[in-house]
Design a protein around this ligand. Structure first.
Ligand code: PEP
Ligand code: MG
Length: 599
């Protein structure tokens, strides 16, 4: 249009949830909070100021409690962040320090709180721990909420949009996101964040396109600006010209057609072009995910991570509580099967407040998982009895032991399982006496003796998240070494081959349930190993099934054979990239490039 020159400004970030949105920008956090400073002249003012601060904290607490109580079901997985915020509110480094500063320096609450936040931030920044450092943004978030109340601004308004919009934010906490009417959101774009940040996880689970880590999108885009969000390529275009808009409408419609196709066929079995059926199952952490399991066409639950029932509580769940949950799950999924993995607590899987886990300098190598279970035998015994009792009704439960590193461990764990079975027999309680037992293959020592272990169990499930971590000595949750966390490292591929071959030679099926299984880029190479099944986050199932239907197993085998001869991950990646471009160019255009995988 004459006289209306478009900015057509393109910014690149990280595409964390695929899809394309074209719409108007809407800032959710664009109102500045004024931080005033003034001295308090009289003792009575000091008292009043402390009361004013306490009241702002109380109001903030009320807001957060209300958000927690009314959390939409889509956000339940993220509820723990609200507990973190509530804890920060009363943390002595913030709460007591602010009060002390008001008293000692006779200064207003805003200034005292700002000092406390800055000091805490500096302390946290100096600690060499990513988890602690990532708490700084949580502290700032809570601080902002208190500032708002001190300034009489109330709670931030994020719900005033009348039409569907693209949410533009500096960062988006689950507490903010939970207050947005999701049906009004076309996409999320933020200055901060990475692929594992809260916004990204939420956007993926809600299937809303998102680009994060854009650095300054909040400065670049004004309210009402037309924007294109390309969650596939991690790009945002502000104020695009007509040609660009037309091009993206086309890309959007191609993407939507692709999604429709894969969703339509999600419930059919996945069979390669040359007639080999691959079972595609779901990984879940909570019972609530069962809807996603059904919606996405999972053929069973390949991995139920049981840790989450032990989270955020001071006690340990009773046998009956566990039994009720496992029974409900077995009933919901029947006649399909569910693999219940026994407790894998420790390392990145939070800490028990009951004191069973202690701080360790190397938690991933410490008292975690099966080691903890063998030490805390009653904890393990109780869980095994609950699983066995739940197996009675539908005979569709299978047990998996995590992180086994040697025969001694496996035999000890099996002995406790036998003890649990005997105790149920004594009590006259029914259970599936042929309940299948599997092993997570995720420790290099287990890979080295895979043939021996295979004789003791009914199936193997490869946990690539940990297998990569332990094989390459790369902490799976450290951003500093994330670039070295390479699923296609020849050592990882050889380990997978060794496990599959050992399993098959001993007549047991082998699956993969690590994140790698749900990443389309790795599918051809994984198929070529001859795996019997794959288990993944439910949302990944339709596209993986779709890809399986577009490839021949013979072709994948040949491909994997050749990949195993290459000596560097780089060569394997470009070999795979070539295959993807040739064979899957129509699909591959719609997939996020494989981001570093760590969960
Ligand atoms: C794995 O290690 O690959 C796995 C599936 O288990 P988790 O991610 O729960 O450790
Ligand atoms: Mg694991």
């Amino acid at each position: 249009m004459p006289g209306t020159k478009r900015k057509c400004k393109s910014i690149t970030g990280i595409g964390v949830a695929p899809g394309i949105a074209i719409g108007k920008a809407f800032h959710v956090d664009n109102d500045e909070i004024p931080i005033v400073t003034y001295r308090l002249e009289r003792e009575s003012q000091v008292k009043e100021e402390i009361e004013r601060f306490k009241s702002a904290v109380k109001q903030t607490e009320g807001d957060l409690e209300a958000i927690k109580k009314n959390l939409p079901k889509e956000f339940r997985d993220h509820a723990s962040i609200l507990d973190t915020y509530l804890m920060i509110l009363k943390d002595h480094m913030i709460y007591n320090e602010t009060i002390e500063t008001i008293k000692k320096q006779k200064i207003n609450a805003e200034w005292a709180l700002k000092q406390a936040i800055l000091t805490t931030g500096r302390v946290f920044e100096s600690i060499d721990d990513d988890y602690i450092r990532s708490r700084i943004s949580d502290i700032r978030y809570v601080g902002d909420r208190i500032f708002r109340h001190l300034a009489g601004m109330g709670t931030p308004k994020v719900n005033c949009n009348k039409e569907r919009v693209i949410i533009v934010a500096h960062d988006l906490s689950p507490a903010d996101a939970a207050q947005i009417q999701l049906e009004k959101v076309m996409a999320f774009v933020t200055d901060l964040g990475g692929s594992t940040s809260h916004t990204s996880i939420i956007a993926r689970s809600l299937n809303i396109p998102a680009v994060v880590g854009l650095k300054n999108v909040t400065d670049q885009a004004s309210n009402g600006d037309i924007m294109i969000v390309d969650g596939i390529e991690g790009k945002v275009i502000i104020d695009p010209d007509e040609d660009t808009i037309a091009r993206y409408y086309e890309k959007q419609s191609e993407y939507e057609n692709y999604i429709k196709t894969i969703i339509r066929s999600a419930h059919e079995r996945a069979e390669t072009l040359d007639g080999h059926k691959i079972k595609v199952e779901a990984n879940i952490e909570m019972l609530e995910e069962i809807v996603a399991v059904f919606d996405n066409g999972a053929e069973g639950i390949g991995l139920y991570r049981t840790e989450f029932l032990y989270m955020n509580r001071d006690d340990v769940p009773s046998e009956d509580e566990l039994f009720n949950t496992y029974s409900e799950l077995a009933e919901l999924i029947a006649p399909k099967t569910v693999n219940i993995r026994t407790l894998d607590l420790g390392a990145d899987k939070f800490l028990l407040t009951s004191g069973k886990l202690r701080e360790e300098s190397n938690p991933a190598l410490g008292l975690r998982s099966i080691r903890l279970c063998l030490k805390e035998e009653e904890l393990f015994f109780t869980q095994l009895r609950a699983i066995l009792r739940a197996s009675s009704a539908y005979r569709n439960i299978r047990i998996i032991f995590p992180m086994i590193s040697g025969m001694e461990e496996l035999l000890q764990a099996k002995a406790i399982l036998s003890r649990a079975k005997k105790s149920l027999e004594r009590d006259g309680i029914d259970f599936d006496e042929n309940i299948p037992l599997g092993l997570m293959m995720e420790v290099p020592a287990a890979v080295a003796i895979a043939d021996m272990l295979a004789r003791e169990v009914d199936f193997f499930s490869i946990g690539t998240n940990d297998l990569i971590q332990y094989t390459l000595a790369i902490d799976r949750v450290s951003e500093h070494v994330a670039h070295l966390y390479e699923p296609l490292h020849p050592a990882v591929l050889r380990s997978i081959k060794q496990i599959v071959d050992a399993g098959h030679r001993n007549g047991i099926p082998v699956s993969i349930c690590g994140e790698m299984a749900g990443e389309p880029f790795y599918l051809p190479i994984l198929l070529g190993f001859g795996l019997n099944s794959l288990s993944m986050t439910p949302g990944a199932i339709p596209r993986i099934k779709n890809m399986i239907r577009n490839i021949k197993l013979s072709e994948a085998r040949e491909f994997t054979q050749k990949a195993l001869e290459l000596t560097t991950a780089e060569d394997i990646i470009s070999y795979l990239q070539d295959l993807m471009d040739k064979r899957f160019s129509n699909i591959f255009a719609f997939l996020n490039p494989p981001a570093p995988i760590f969960s």
